[in-house]
Ligand binder design. Sequence first.
Ligand code: GLN
Ligand code: ZN
Length: 725
Amino acid sequence: MKTYAYGFPRLGKNREYKKIIENFWKGQATQEEVESMLSRTQDNMLLTYSGCLDSFPVGEITGYDQLLDTAIMLGLYNPKSLSDYYDLCRGKNALEMTKWFNTNYHYLVPDFSFMDTSHFKYTRNKPREDFEKYNRGIPFLIGPFTFLKLSKGISKNDFGEYLFKIVEIYSQILEELESAHIHHIHIEEPAFVMELSPDEIDLIKKAYGIMGKVGCGINLITYYDSVDFLQDLYELPVQSIGLDFVNGKENLENIKKTGFPGDKMLIAGIVNGRNVWKTNIKAAVAVLEELSQYAKSIVASNGAPLYHLPLTLAGEELGEALTKRLSFAEEKIEEIRAIAGFFETKQIPQESFSQKLGEKGKMQSRVKELKESDFNKEMSIEARCKLQGKILNLPLFPTTTIGSYPQTEEIRKKRADFRARRITPEEYDAFIKLKITELIKFQEELGLDVLVHGEFERTDMVEFFAQKLDGIATTKKGWIISYGTRAYRPPIIFGDVTRPEKMTVNEIMFAQSLTTKPVKGMLTGAVTIIAWSFVRDDIPLRDVAYQIGLCLKDEIRDYEKGGIKIVQIDEAAFREKAPIKRKDWPEFFDWAVKSFRLTTNTDPGTQIHSHMCYSEFGEIVEQIERMDFDVISIEAARSKGDIIESFEKGNFRQQIGLGIWDIHSPAIPTLEDMEAIVKRALENIPKNKFWINPDCGLKTRDWPETKKALRNLVKLAAKLRQESF
Ligand code: GLN
Ligand code: ZN
């Protein structure tokens, strides 16, 4: 059995990718240096692939994002230099960023609002260049349908016309590949796993009908879920079809019903590209055996791009028991080879890890014993609002920030010193206290109404909690890219999650002791912790969420004992974690919403805030409302208040903090910029439910811009209050 893999991580062993590109932004690296790093990275990827596998793509490497590169190749954007290119990624002209399917990778969204099909141009044959440069691999492209489906600003009516324009260019690319004697192309169409309409499926058939005529053999790869239209997919004139049998559980069931076309090869994704657990070899071989009853020719592959995984286990110190169970990108590739080998020899070794890891009977029984009433607050939101109003006594248009403040070089260095034991815990603690003290003073001087402690002790909103909780491991070098050059290290939830001691209470209470204004307790919610971690798959996700929810609830109880009146629970990944197919939503949102309600079902006098960013709220407003918090702060700066429309319809009962400063951009918003967004929103949201705040935490910003922007924000609140009298 042959092997195939794709999507290998591009970050590099020492995050060279990030370092060199970011140096280029600072003027400390040249365009040539970036380009040679990209070539080297691509070379290394090919080396890893070819050391293990029969087939793999070439040309996956990107300077920032593959979707943007596709848009450039199609002539939609025309950067003249690398600086121009990065201007599209992160400058004033940056494209919008959004989550890639239900992953935590963000792509740049091509925008057709001000373009028509005349903008499409054949600019270059990137696949051919890639192949000729590296001399091996199967040239890579993002499929035309996925590209267009994930772009914005195209009406339903225009979709077909645009698609065929792209197909024209793709066909030309394929023709040239053919005449250059490059007979294969690797095309990824993850959007095929979405719930598509009959019209869309029809368009796909026509589009591939045209591209298939060229004769260049297409390996059409789908992933992240199952394809609902297998029968039609089989009719496409492609040479191979890639299906995900890990996260697309229905693919196998469907193949049993529909079979598999005899003239095509099945690229069987049997190794999980999205989770770190070692593949159960026996089960994977069994799937291949089942598949071989239907498909004549099969290759073993990964079920999703491998860039969702850290590079390698080498160098990690996760303990023997856990390490034995893990497999990162490099190890997954070896698994693919091993599985293909065992499929032939049938000499499958016994799995040696049958005993459970990190089971704590106490936590499992706490979850088992949960009753309906644990998820439901006794007091209605209206009554709570009154009660909290009396306790807090806030002005109209209360101002606040989302939690973090600039994470300066100084702070990062201290944290590194602390971790490396160059300073004592006492010294570190004193330093954090000093920073909190300075920040409380700053916020008081500025005149903000609800204060935060600044999150200086936190590296990352999930990793921090992962380190405090038992049952979750953190890695040393397990970085994965979340967008562009931004990387984070997802923790690994391997056992029952428990809270051995208070996690954040000391810092919050210290901050509160310095001021008479309310300081918000600051927690990351269970869904977000799960979404940004690798999670055990031996118990339902729901139970993991409830375990974490109970730990967070215990933390809130401790806040309350210490006199904290407001608690914010960040659920940045609430929307992202939702399954791709709508039919799977009810089950997900049921436990997602309930985990939040479980967490926050505490004293009704405690005002519960939630924060979400980068979400398309339209579709989930109802679910958000069911979370039954008191205040939500959301992103609105980028979408210029469009988000409000989502909330109007439902007659939202909770208070809303509209993010009127887009903190992902270095541009400083003026009072007028922010006022425009507020004015528009106030047409639909009553002013006594309206909070004023940035749209996310400020940790990536620097102090000078933070000061200026927040001053404008506070001034705006004062102006609004004045106008209301
Ligand atoms: N409280 C977090 C912060 O301010 C929230 C970050 C987020 O939502 N991404 O950094
Ligand atoms: Zn945010």
